[in-house]
Design a binder for this molecule. Structure first.
Ligand SMILES: Cc1cc2nc3c(=O)[nH]c(=O)nc-3n(C[C@H](O)[C@H](O)[C@H](O)COP(=O)(O)O)c2cc1C
Length: 327
């Protein structure tokens, strides 16, 4: 018997495929469809910190000093007009409807009073909270240490408010990913989702406007997360989750080999339909059978930097060899 179950931040998943935060998980009905399609867990569509504050303070989102123009555009495009109490109802109803873990998500940039809302998220039964910490520093005078500390402080404040596990979903742009990961773990996060895929801007040369492009990822975007999962395996100390560019069963196997506890994905479902979850699980099962594995833990992290048969693949020498002499 092949056992596909996985452990994510101490939560038991029947399989390692988590549907990442997106409009497919925007309602309890959507969550049910994803659970019926075989997902191991679902991350709900994010509430934005600004939405929570706007609700609490009765501020207009668009006049909020904190709102970044790109975020407002993102909210409009993604139809995110949700109220914070409605979000809690979605969590509650999803938990009544499905028997897989339901992970709430907040996209945040500060440790302001929105963090009190995390208590309600826990109270209505979310199994975990994913923080999409989306700082986009643009001030050249801003000290990188101060920026990192902002991330850590958000986690500390949220963790102080709740007992359910907290995962952090990060973008890929840091001077030292290992240092940031260590700080995130020390601040109380049990999971690290690598990597968030940022809004992809483009310019329409006829209307002279910014617009979003390539809403869905492509499989070629997975290498970055594969590298950092492999490097951070057993260094982070919590659960690592691969995200961005995971479109098929082979990609799931690769992420697990690198050391991921689970994967998060959504583009593959928008492109291929929800049936893709079963296609991926069936590939994983066949691959495990072919290679004589009964449990994911028997091969998880086998190709990480720690266990790699070829550790040189993580070294600069390999990088030089790969590039020098290629015209
Ligand atoms: C339509 C759509 C809506 C999304 N909404 C959110 C969101 O609300 N919060 C979030 O953290 N990520 C959001 N994402 C990003 C995904 O969760 C995921 O991180 C990203 O798409 C990369 O994974 P993929 O390659 O499987 O698509 C969204 C993505 C899409 C395509």
């Amino acid at each position: 018997m092949i056992n596909l179950s996985a452990n994510y931040m101490g939560i038991n998943l029947k399989n390692p495929i988590i549907v990442s935060s997106c409009s497919l998980s925007h309602s309890a009905e959507g969550v049910k469809r994803l659970a019926d399609a075989g997902a191991g867990a679902v991350v709900l569509k994010s509430m934005f910190e600004e939405q929570i504050l706007a609700d609490v303070n009765k501020l207009e989102l668009e006049s909020s000093a904190m709102a970044h123009p790109e975020e407002i555009d993102y909210l409009r495009q993604m139809g995110m007009s949700q109220k914070s109490d409605e979000y809690l109802k979605i969590i509650e109803k999803s938990k009544e409807t499905v028997d897989i873990p339901v992970i709430a998500s907040v996209n945040c940039i500060s440790d302001s009073s929105w963090t009190d809302y995390a208590k309600y998220i826990e109270a209505v039964g979310a199994d975990a909270l994913e923080l999409n910490i989306a700082l986009m520093p643009k001030d050249p005078k801003e000290d990188p240490n101060v920026i990192e500390k902002k991330i850590f402080k958000i986690i500390e404040v949220v963790k102080h408010n709740i007992n359910i596990p907290v995962a952090v979903k990060l973008g890929p742009y840091f001077t030292s990913m290992t240092r940031v990961a260590e700080g995130i773990r020390k601040s109380g996060a049990s999971g690290l989702v690598l990597f968030n895929r940022f809004y992809q801007p483009d310019i329409d040369i006829d209307t002279f406007e910014f617009q979003s492009k390539n809403r869905y990822s492509s499989p070629s975007e997975m290498s970055h997360s594969l590298r950092w999962i492999a490097i951070l395996f057993e260094k982070f100390g919590g659960s690592l989750v691969g995200n961005t560019g995971i479109h098929d069963g082979e990609a799931v196997v690769k992420q697990l080999l690198a050391g991921a506890s689970a994967v998060e994905l959504c583009s593959a479902l928008y492109i291929n339909g929800l049936g893709q979850i079963e296609v991926m699980l069936s590939f994983l099962e066949k691959w495990m059978r072919k290679n004589g594995y009964r449990d994911i833990d028997e091969f998880r992290g086998k190709i990480s930097q720690k266990n790699a048969l070829q550790p040189e693949y993580f070294e600069r020498q390999q990088y030089i060899r790969a590039l020098v002499g290629v015209d």
